[in-house]
Design a protein around this ligand. Structure first.
Ligand code: HEM
Length: 416
């Protein structure tokens, strides 16, 4: 079935304008070519799925594999899934690259160590980290909320949770910085950072095996299921994917979220009034809405058809890559009333920001904790926070997977 003819031309994808505001292009695709074959900037051909119903179906469809070996142009596609250094075989065993039954086994093991309770017990530390970072710039009257806040918070949080000693955490921040800045860029620096991180994690796992602590890496080593344990390689890959999957996503949740609030003063004041009353309900629904409205993960990571299938009326061949465009699905008017309106109190908000199905975000409770704590604390401590400069000058990092701001300069009345 050819793309339907239409009056309005299709907006170009993957341009600078698209990175700045992809939503008009997504609206066009949803309407005119909801399962759309395109050539990605890397030269790889893939299907983009933009309607909510198709997206949800694709995310849960077991015929769509996460294993890149299923890609028809496999050798061509390797290393292009957005995860730096992924060519390395050891990294291929992480959750986002495997299918059942291996996925089921690894996910069950990690779920024993990384429980909602682990996260709940971590809440005071997240508050302490958040306040500590704000302390560093609160008296200055201005800050870059990405560099000074959204970027360091998740990396320190995950490091703490995993059990990376404080004195080593700045190394992690630098390695992660290299990956976020050059995600698909110069391979050399990224590959070196991945290598250093891997070597460090292998060594740390070794140490924790000798002297276990009260941390997630020790928990991963301890976790067992029917007598099965994670191998050291699997534990290292797991720690790596927790860092990797939980880092840039959370940076962008805080960055995109604060940006949306700064652009919607009535919503932000509504949230500030609720927080002042001690009402945290609007914070909880609000952070979900910020995820729906401009979520960090634009395209769910790659899937590959293991057999021919039909999706949204299009025939997808075995071996074809399929990209589910979460950001487009979450603005689908067939699913959400007034989808382009930010409504922090939105009910019936089953967005796909954390994915759906067996790969549903394992870190969602931690992301919610960090997102809610970060946004509430910023609004409480810097009540008059406002954008510094012209929003049109802001630059977006529009990767294929993530969408987020490079900088978010703000001003506020300095704390004395
Ligand atoms: C999976 C989003 C934070 C760990 C996913 C997926 C999405 C997602 C969309 C599914 C990808 C797919 O199906 O292809 C987010 C967002 C976050 C966030 C929007 C922040 C706002 C975190 C954090 C962690 C984490 C903080 C851990 C510390 C994971 C892991 C997976 C995953 C391990 C793979 C699960 C599996 O394949 O079974 N996330 N994530 N995420 N996320 Fe998150």
């Amino acid at each position: 079935m050819p793309d339907q003819p239409s009056a309005s031309p299709m907006p170009e994808l993957f341009t600078w304008e698209f990175a700045t505001d992809p939503y008009p292009a997504y609206a066009w695709l949803r309407e005119h070519s909801p399962v759309h074959r395109t050539v990605l900037p890397s030269g790889v051909e893939a299907w983009l799925v933009t309607r909510y119903a198709d997206a949800r179906q694709a995310l849960a469809d077991q015929r769509l594999s996460k294993n890149p070996a299923h890609h028809a142009g496999s050798a061509h596609a390797k290393g292009r899934t957005g995860i730096p250094g992924e060519r390395k075989a050891e990294l291929m065993t992480h959750l986002l690259n495997i299918d059942p039954p291996d996925h089921t086994r690894l996910r069950r093991l990690v779920s024993k160590a990384f429980t909602p309770r682990t996260v709940a017990e971590f809440a005071p530390r997240v508050r302490e980290l958040t306040d500590g970072l704000i302390d560093r710039f609160a008296t200055q009257g201005s800050a870059d909320l990405i560099h000074d806040f959204a970027f360091p918070l998740p990396i320190y949080a995950i490091c703490d949770l995993l059990g990376v000693p404080r004195e080593d955490q700045d190394d992690f921040r630098d390695w992660a910085g290299m990956m976020i800045r050059h995600g698909g860029g110069p391979r050399g620096g990224v590959a070196r950072s991945v290598k250093k991180m891997r070597a460090y994690l292998a060594e740390l796992i070794h140490r924790k095996r000798e002297a276990p602590g009260d941390d997630l890496i020790s928990g991963l080593i301890r976790a067992s299921d029917h007598g099965e344990h994670l191998t050291e390689n699997e534990a290292a890959a797991m720690a790596f994917i927790l860092l990797f999957a939980g880092f840039e996503t959370t940076v962008n949740l805080i960055g995109n979220g604060m940006y949306a609030l700064l652009r919607h003063p009535e919503q932000r004041e509504r949230l500030q009034r609720a927080l002042a009353r001690g009402d945290e309900q609007l914070l909880a629904t609000g952070v979900e809405e910020l995820l729906r409205y401009d979520g960090p993960v634009e395209l769910a990571t790659w899937r590959y058809a293991t057999e021919p299938l039909t999706l949204g009326g299009r025939d997808i061949a075995a071996g074809d890559p399929v990209l589910v465009v979460l950001a487009a699905a979450d603005r689908d008017p067939e699913r959400f009333a007034d989808p382009d309106t930010l409504d922090l109190a939105r009910r019936d908000n089953q967005h796909l920001g954390y994915g759906h199905g067996i790969h549903y975000c394992l870190g969602a409770p931690l992301a919610r904790l960090e997102g809610q704590t970060a946004i509430a604390t910023l609004l409480r401590r810097l009540p008059d926070v406002r954008l510094a400069g012209d929003p049109d000058d802001l630059r977006w990092r529009g990767g294929l997977i993530m969408r987020g701001l490079r900088t978010l300069p703000v001003e506020f009345a300095a704390e004395t």
